[in-house]
Design a protein around this ligand. Structure first.
Ligand code: B12
Length: 172
């Protein structure tokens, strides 16, 4: 009887412990899951300490359009995905591994992270004042120029990520 009571108590304590520690930094989607709450600026960890069931991690589908405003050559469109609230460069790496027609290189800036240097073999060139601009056509049709680079931008579901080879004149 005493053994049964001790076992019950330990089980109860274990359940309480699991409940308290769930929700923070577990690597699973938080909040409403399935792309809910995407977009720049929405913080994470909103549900820390709550007892809501952890939703299944989701993949956020995106399209990548490679275009050239200097030569006005043909654009090319790819599809890939980022992890739930994952950064753009993660989807780019995934795409590069899966599709050998998409390649990119970057340099690491000490203050701002990865600077997109080349896409599909075409390099931005400071002396010619060209670079790869990052733009995003949102699902509602609006095109924005993010004020962060590929290492910081967190895509929304169905974002059309536009890498536009362009000249400095277009810098925001
Ligand atoms: C000039 C400039 C550029 C030039 C840099 C080339 C050149 N030779 O001058 C160009 C036009 C290429 C550029 C591009 C972009 N830029 Co810019 N740029 C600036 C600006 C106005 C001045 C930088 C500078 O000369 N500093 C002085 C030198 C001595 O310091 P430095 O550390 O050596 O500067 C280098 C870095 O700043 C780097 N750099 C410039 N922009 C960016 C952006 C990113 C993401 C990275 C990793 C590095 C980087 O290039 C500079 C020269 O080598 C700053 C704003 C500011 N007032 O600081 C924005 C700034 C740095 N850029 C910014 C952004 C967002 C971009 C873009 C991502 C915009 C876009 N959506 O396409 C792109 C980069 C895209 C890519 N290919 O990865 C943001 C970065 C914020 C952040 N937290 O990430 C800033 C702060 C402006 C802003 N909107 O707030 N940029």
């Amino acid at each position: 009887m005493a053994v049964y009571s001790t076992a019950s108590l330990m089980l109860l304590l274990l359940l309480v412990f699991l409940n308290v520690t769930s929700g923070c930094g577990g690597g699973h989607g938080q909040g409403s899951g399935n792309n809910g709450g995407h977009g720049q600026g929405s913080g994470h960890g909103q549900v820390c300490g709550t007892t809501t069931a952890a939703p299944v991690s989701s993949q956020t589908p995106i399209h990548i359009v490679v275009t050239n405003s200097v030569t006005s050559g043909p654009s090319k469109t790819y599809s890939t995905f980022v992890s739930f609230r994952g950064i753009l460069i993660g989807g780019m790496r995934r795409l590069q591994e899966a599709d050998n027609t998409f390649t990119f290189t970057y340099t690491e800036d000490p203050n701002y992270g990865p600077f997109l240097q080349s896409v599909n073999g075409l390099h931005g060139n400071f002396s010619q004042e060209t670079y790869w601009m990052l733009q995003v056509k949102l699902a509602n049709g609006t095109t924005i120029t993010p004020n962060v680079g590929i290492g910081c931008y967190i895509p929304n579901a169905n974002d059309e990520i536009i890498f536009k080879y362009t000249s400095y004149a277009s810098h925001p």
